[in-house]
Each structure stands twice: as C-alpha cells, then as structure tokens.
Design a protein around this ligand. Structure first.
Ligand code: SAM
Length: 231
C-alpha cells in the first residue's frame, strides 16, 4: 500500500477514508493483521493494523521488510493520446521501470490537457501491483520544444523515430541517465525530426519496419532499454 507518510520504527499512521475502505471493506482486514506499506523513499515496511473504522483507521510500523530501491534514471517522454491509451502508457511505463514520466505536447499532439492526478494514481497502482518501493512521478504537460531548449546534454535522448526504416539500423541504447521520446498518433513533424536529428546527445532508433501504435511503441522501447541497460 502506497502512503504519503513518513515510515519508521513505531511510526503511527492515520489512514485516509479511501485507504480504510480498501483495507477494511475490500480486503476485509481486521485489527492485528499486517500490511506492507511504502512511501517511495524509505523502502517497504510491515505495519500492524491497530484500529479500524468506517472513515479511517490506524497502522503502526513494525519493521522494514525491503530496502528502498531506486530504478535506473530513465525517463519516458510521450505525447498524450486518447484517454484510455494514455492511461495504458503511464501504467506500462511505471511497470517497466521508468523513473519519471513526462507528457509532452508535440506539433501533432491533439490533447491540450491531461489529468495529471489521474495519471499519477495509475503510476501508484502500477507500483503497488508490481511490488515496487518506488513510484514514478508524472510531470505536468509541457511543450516538447521548451523541454528540448533546456535539455541537459548529459542525459541521452533516445528518439523513437517512425521515419527511420533502414533495417540495418541496430539501436545502440545509451545507459542512464537517459530518456525515451515517443510521438503522438500523427508522428513527429518534419521540423521536430530535423531538430532532433541535429541535436547532440540524441540517439534515433527504429522499433522495426512496422509503424506501431504510440502506446505499443512506448512499451516496446522501454522493454528494449531494460533488456540492454536495465539492472
Ligand atoms: N497511428 C498510429 C497510432 O494511432 O498510434 C501510429 C502512431 S506512431 C506514428 C507514434 C509514435 O510511436 C511515433 O511518433 C514513434 O515515436 C513511435 N513509433 C511507432 N512505430 C515506430 C517504429 N517502427 N520505429 C520507431 N518509432 C516508432
């Protein structure tokens, strides 16, 4: 269970209404039982349920059961698409070990807004379900061009370019710190493509001869990177 609360020996935690509902009504847990909790900074802790209630409850931290693990410093930059598919990208990125998820507005991005809180909740759920101790942050939507203007060149940018179709191109994937960039339904504009190919620290990659859906491309590129550089 992810809690935005300090964790440590003997720490007492008051549960929110939602967490109380989840533990006591959905999971039917009762006082005296133990639950694994994490806050993204202090590893995983075993906590005992000391009080239950309809609108809240109390836990007490007993002992640390896993150290804090930080994922490699890999970001996913992607252009938001339709709601359900954007949710899918965030969920899969969190499962596949992206450390930060940054929605970007490209020339052909149709979405003007995102629900950052909703996407962050997907990231928490994905971290909970794969037993991680780290929750990737979902950043606010920002223009890709602004992000590139201030790009820190020590971070390799892996640019998934759908226009690369030379089958002999085998991606040499750079290690962390790195970021993967995935475009929207309409792909990248010629101006964006030209800028990215000229920029230092950019590694353009092909994900094969078929044009993948943007959500599939995000999953494929993250998997490829984890295979080569994941630890
Ligand atoms: N119209 C489809 C859709 O609805 O999702 C295709 C979208 S594709 C143009 C979206 C992004 O996925 C591209 O901008 C690129 O970043 C990535 N992508 C898809 N296929 C790719 C490939 N074969 N090689 C490299 N990147 C690819």
């Amino acid at each position: 269970l992810f809690l935005e609360h300090a964790l440590g020996q003997g720490q007492v935690i008051d549960l929110s209404r939602d967490h109380a509902h989840y533990l006591f009504n959905v999971l039917r847990m009762t006082a005296g039982q133990r639950v694994a909790v994490f806050n993204g900074q202090h590893g995983e802790w075993q906590a005992e349920i000391v009080a239950t209630g309809k609108r809240g409850g109390t836990l007490r931290c007993l002992m640390q059961s896993a150290p804090q693990r930080m994922p490699p410093d890999l970001w996913l930059l992607f252009a938001p698409i339709k709601k359900a598919r954007t949710d899918f990208i965030v969920e899969k990125a969190a499962e596949l070990g992206a450390a930060r998820i940054l929605p970007v507005q490209t020339d052909f991005t149709n979405s003007e807004r995102i629900r950052q809180d909703r996407l962050q909740a997907h990231s928490v759920e994905a971290a909970e379900q794969c037993g991680g101790t780290y929750v990737p942050e979902v950043a606010a939507l920002q223009p890709l061009s602004r992000l590139l203007d201030s790009w820190d060149m020590s971070r390799a940018l892996i640019f998934a370019d759908e226009a690369l179709n030379d089958p002999s191109t085998r991606p040499m994937l750079p290690p962390a710190p790195a970021a993967i960039l995935i475009g929207p339904e309409g792909g990248f504009s010629p101006a964006e493509r030209a800028r990215l190919h000229k920029m230092g620290s950019v590694t353009p990659i092909s994900l094969g001869p078929r044009i993948l859906r943007a959500d599939t491309a995000a999953v494929a590129a993250l998997t490829l990177w984890q295979n080569v550089q994941g630890d």
